[in-house]
Design a binder for this molecule. Structure first.
Ligand code: SF4
Length: 375
């Protein structure tokens, strides 16, 4: 049996990825936000040029699925007309920026996002590894500490801006004016010191010493994302981060959309939950505690239809359990340990406790019907 194929880069819109259901075209909304017209336009384009399914990725990007070689050019042209594309592949790949969805109009985050975007898009910006990214997490308290990023902007306990190398519990004091340049300087530091490392935390874990001015203590995140009302609008969940073009078009009628890495969207200005099919509004819905990759047949390497299996298992999940259903040992949807992981193999389903999809299983060769008794 051959292992899963590992790709060392992230797909984009300008660099789509072939999958079991065609090309995946990943849109990186600028500053983590889509205007209503953009969200509606993406729904229209995805209906015309994809298979009607859209993913919200764990980095807050939208993926149009089921695109063909023939439908790709008009799709890209449509995205370009809506100002949703970078000038070229290289800039698209570097512009890997997560923004707190809770930014306020007129606040500093609204300035920092575009400033960092401009800085990583500059011709002389460091060409970082494919999955390397940035988080602008500059609300009063951090909310993105569990999301993937290598260079972070946060606030210290006194409200001052700090720049953090992921993996460190201290940061460097910066200002709104210097933050973007300092982030780029830190990216240069990483590139000069990284050796074989592709991620900041790995480099620091090996003992690399940050510059001496990284001494300001970070705040610990207490925020737990959940569907509900916020002063900015309604946060809604999406099972497996998936939505249909109809759902996206309906949400676009409610307001602008802010992306999150939590399989949730913040619908700006919505004062009641949108009565839209396919959205999770109950913060206790067990589907919020399940991640499932694309799986078969949409992923060529998938050995099981992961999402129907996940829906089947959802009612059996106990309080506090977190389930990862993986179509193969690659574990794309959740590269970290989960309290429970079900991994499809050619010999059936493996059950892994407190581990990753590729870790040693507690039980092997299970059928979907046998799984609930093991949870
Ligand atoms: S983990 Fe899922 S999405 Fe990733 S390669 Fe395996 S089947 Fe495909």
């Amino acid at each position: 049996m051959t292992g899963p194929e590992i790709k060392g880069w992230c797909p984009g819109a300008l660099r789509p990825m072939q999958s079991g259901d065609g090309l995946v075209v990943r849109i990186r909304p600028f500053n983590g936000r889509l205007r209503r017209a953009q969200a509606d336009g993406i729904a229209t384009l995805a209906a015309a040029h994809g298979n009607g399914m859209i993913d919200l990725s764990s980095r807050g990007n939208l993926q149009i699925r089921g695109v063909t070689e023939k439908s790709y050019p008009p799709l890209i042209e449509g995205l370009r007309r809506m100002a949703l594309l970078d000038p070229d592949e290289a800039v698209e790949s570097r512009r890997n920026i997560l923004l707190t969805p809770f930014w306020q109009t007129g606040g500093e985050t609204e300035t920092l996002g575009p400033a960092l975007t401009a800085a990583v898009s500059a011709e002389d910006a460091p060409v970082t590894p494919g999955k390397f990214g940035y988080a602008v997490d500059t609300g009063r308290e951090p909310v993105l500490q569990n999301a993937s990023a290598d260079i972070r902007l946060e606030r210290d306990a006194g409200g001052g801006l700090i720049l953090i190398a992921d993996g460190s519990d201290k940061g460097k004091a910066v200002t709104v004016e210097t933050a973007a340049d300092e982030a780029i300087a830190l990216a240069h530091w990483f590139m000069e010191n990284r050796g074989d490392h592709t991620r900041m935390a790995g480099l620091l874990a090996e003992g690399a010493k940050l510059p001496a001015d990284h001494f300001v203590p970070r705040q610990q995140q207490s925020h737990r994302p959940a569907p509900g009302y916020t002063p900015l609008g309604a946060m809604i969940g999406l099972a497996f981060g998936q939505l249909t073009v109809e759902t996206l078009a309906s949400l676009a009628k409610q307001g602008g959309l802010r992306m999150t890495p939590w399989r949730m969207l913040l619908v700006e200005g919505a004062r009641e939950f949108p009565g839209v099919e396919g959205v999770i509004t109950d913060p206790n819905d067990p589907l919020l505690r399940i991640v499932a990759c694309t799986g078969a047949p949409r992923c060529a390497q998938g050995l099981v239809e992961t999402r129907p299996l996940a829906r089947q298992l959802a009612p059996h999940l106990k309080d506090g359990q977190f389930l990862h259903v993986s179509g193969c040992a690659k574990g794309c949807a959740h590269p970290r340990p989960a309290s429970l992981t079900v991994t499809a193999t050619t010999e059936g389903l493996d059950l892994i406790r407190d581990g990753r999809a590729s870790d040693a299983p507690e039980q092997t060769g299970l059928t979907p019907q046998e799984i609930p008794e093991t949870l």
